[in-house]
Structure formats: C-alpha cells, structure tokens
Design a protein around this ligand. Structure first.
Ligand SMILES: Cc1cc2nc3c(=O)[nH]c(=O)nc-3n(C[C@H](O)[C@H](O)[C@H](O)COP(=O)(O)OP(=O)(O)OC[C@H]3O[C@@H](n4cnc5c(N)ncnc54)[C@H](O)[C@@H]3O)c2cc1C
Length: 369
C-alpha cells in the first residue's frame, strides 16, 4: 500500500490548540477494505482518498492519477455490499467532523455538521446541547454525511424531518451547492442522492432541532421498552437509551457477525394486494404509508414466513436473530451474499407476489441477476 499527501495544504488545529500545516487530503493505493465495511468483506480499492477539508475536493478530483477513474464515497461502510473483490477506482472518505450551532432561540437551534461526524456520536452531541429530534435514531451506525442518502429512519422517525439543508459537491458539474430539504426528494429510505448514486458528495448537513417539546413515542415497541424501564414521561435522553437497549437486543452486532442492518426495504404495494395477502396469511404486518392506494408490508415477516430465518449456505446466511438481516459468518464473499439475497427475493416473489428491493448499495454488480 503506497500513500502520499495531496498538494493542497490547510491549517488545522492540533489537539493542543496550535495551528499546524496539514494535507487537506491524502491518497493511498491498493487499500484493503475489509475494515471499511460492516459485512467485513475482503475487497480492496485501487485508490483511497481521505479528505480532511471538503474545500479541497475539486483539487483532489483534478489529480492526474485519478483522471478517467470511477469514484464513490465511503462512510463507515454500514450500508453497502462489495460484490466485487476489487474496486478499480477511487474511494473518497470524508474525515471532516466538526459540528456547530449556526443560530438558535428558546425553541430551536440550527446546526451545521460535517459529513465525517459519526452519527451516533452526533445524537449524543445534540442531547448534551439540550436538543431533541434525533434520539429515536440512536445507535444507527455510519457517518452523518450518509444519513440523507437513504433518509435513515427508525422507531417512527426519519432524519428528513430534521434536515434543513444538505451541502454537497456535484460531480455532474454544478460544483458546491446547498440543497434545501425540498430539493432532496426524500422518501422512505430514499432521496435524490440515492437515486443518482455517484453524483453528489455530501459534505455537511444543516439540522433544525427543537429545545423541549414532546418526544416521539408512536412506535409501540419503544413505548413498551420505556414502560419496562418504569419511564412513562421520558426525556429525549431516556428515549435514546431505550432505543439503544432495543437495538442491542434485536440486531446482530456487526463487530461480532458481519452485516449491514436490514438488507431489504419494507415493500410498498397496492392496497388491494396488501388486503388480499392479509386475508390469506394470519399475522402479516401491514402499515399505512400516507397514500390511501398503497400499504407497506413487513419484509422481515415475509422472509421469515418463507422460511429463511437462520438459513445458512457456507458462511452466507440470514440472521437467526432477525430475518431481515443477511450475515457473513466469516469468509463469505460479496457474491455469495448477493446470490443468497437474490434467492430470498425470488422466494418471496414466488410465495407472495411481492418484490423485495435491497436497501444497501451493491458495489460492482446489480441486484437483478
Ligand atoms: C447493525 C446496523 C443497523 C442499521 N440500522 C439502520 C436503521 O435503523 N435505519 C437506517 O436507515 N439504516 C440502518 N442501517 C444502515 C446504515 O447504518 C445507514 O444507512 C448509514 O447511514 C450508513 O452510513 P455509512 O457511513 O456507513 O455509509 P456507507 O455504508 O459508507 O455508504 C452508504 C451509501 O451512502 C453513500 N455515501 C456515504 N456517505 C456519503 C457522502 N458523504 N456523500 C455521498 N454519498 C455518501 C455511499 O456511497 C453508499 O452509496 C444499519 C446498519 C447496520 C450495520
């Protein structure tokens, strides 16, 4: 592995408060990615660029060695599957991780947070500043810059509800831009950034959070957890604590067994199909989606009912803890996991007539065989 620093330099503050010259980015060659994806897949990248100052992105992208190569952003690798053992392009990792309050009054605060800030650490940062809105999204792995890509969501809350704007660099030619929330095209695990992969490098988020107000307890499992903790009027901190307890119990820990969380989105289907399936299958979970003509089904329920929970083929498996999570028991390849995911989707299609769509980005292959 060779590495060198970018030509551009920037003044960065050292831990002791002095200013020091530091490279705004560095580029390494032939970099193993096993520690850079939560499936722990043994892939590698031709180039890996670490960016300490987002303003240097144009200079990085103009580097002669990188010309003509594909590029992709990699945060913590908790929502992607390397279906290839070699990425013949440049991986861009944003290491800028500052957070500051831009403006505030008694009721609200507007924050600007760099893409490289770890998401769960940001949840704690906001709580420490007396701000609420992100507590239901505690313990979701990954970087802040990745949060708008699929509009992360959990326990009845989506990050889009707190996003005021997204700062990014447009590789399609517009350069640096700020997209207001309405321009981000947020939907269920979806956004313009996800629909046009490779176009935007998200550099920072602007989040509008509340000081005080009601906590969001619409999710029954969360209310039950809080009740079991004896907390009937929880603070945002206690909501985050309850969410973390549930998640630790329900989801396999990627540090123990490789996974990328939910592998499939909950399918949104025509209301008629949902009602038909509900009449045929006892216990099928069906949720409203805000449009009368459609309903959301539980992908976990469909996969479990099709008999996949705990299934294992070599080291590629479906978690016994949660049917929606594909796991790497050790040395599975990305292609083996992709093959298993396709088999699961085909069997759900055959049993229920419902299409499953993968949630993580698949690098180096398409989901359709
Ligand atoms: C155990 C576990 C539980 C999870 N639970 C949830 C959950 O409850 N809800 C949920 O929504 N998700 C969940 N996830 C998925 C994942 O944590 C989120 O999608 C997270 O936002 C991904 O962050 P990341 O930094 O790891 O992104 P990566 O996996 O590195 O990247 C994911 C995608 O985003 C793109 N991307 C990342 N950063 C940027 C950027 N700065 N600019 C442009 N594109 C970028 C990448 O190119 C890629 O396409 C879970 C994952 C795991 C492993």
């Amino acid at each position: 592995m060779h590495s060198r620093s970018g030509k551009l330099t920037a003044f960065r503050r050292t831990p002791r408060g002095h200013f020091a010259m530091a490279a705004a980015y560095s580029i390494a060659r032939d970099v193993p990615l096993q520690a850079w994806n939560t499936f722990h897949l043994a892939a590698s990248a031709r180039y890996f660029a670490t960016v300490h100052d987002a303003a240097a992105l144009p200079a990085l992208l103009a580097e002669p060695t990188l010309q003509g190569l594909p590029s992709m952003v990699l945060g913590a690798g908790s929502n992607l599957l390397f279906a290839t053992e070699r990425y013949e392009g440049v991986i861009i990792h944003l290491a800028c991780a500052a957070a500051r309050i831009l403006e505030q009054d008694e009721g609200h605060a507007l924050l600007r947070v760099d893409a490289g800030f770890e998401w769960d650490a940001l949840v704690d940062w906001t709580l420490a500043h007396g701000l609420q809105g992100l507590e239901n999204l505690a313990l979701i792995p990954g970087q802040t810059g990745a949060a708008p890509i699929q509009n992360i969501g959990a326990y009845g809350v989506e990050v889009a509800e707190s996003i005021d704007g997204v700062h990014g660099y447009d590789l399609a030619g517009a350069g640096f831009a700020r997209l207001g929330a309405a321009q981000c095209g947020f939907g269920y695990r979806d956004s313009v950034f996800k629909r046009e992969p490779g176009r935007w490098i998200v550099t920072a988020l602007e989040l509008r959070l509340a000081r005080g107000g009601a906590t969001r307890l619409g999710y029954a499992g969360l209310r039950e957890e809080l009740a079991s903790m004896g907390d009937l009027q929880p603070t945002p901190r206690n909501v985050a604590a309850a969410v973390r307890r549930i998640r630790r119990r329900k989801l396999p820990d990627p540090a123990v067994v490789g996974n990328a969380g939910s592998f499939f989105k909950n399918p949104v289907v025509a209301r008629e199909l949902a009602l038909h399936l509900q009449s045929r299958f006892d216990g099928l979970a069906v949720f409203p989606v805000g449009r009368e003509s459609e309903r959301k089904l539980s992908a976990a329920w469909l996969i479990e009912r099709a008999g996949w929970r705990g299934f294992r083929d070599g080291d590629a498996g479906v978690s016994a803890q949660h049917a929606l999570v594909l796991v790497n028991h050790g040395r599975a390849s990305g292609l083996q996991l992709l093959t298993l995911a396709r088999r699961v989707a085909a069997s759900v299609r055959e049993s229920f007539g419902v299409e499953l769509e993968p949630e993580p980005r698949i690098v180096g292959a398409s989901f359709e065989p």
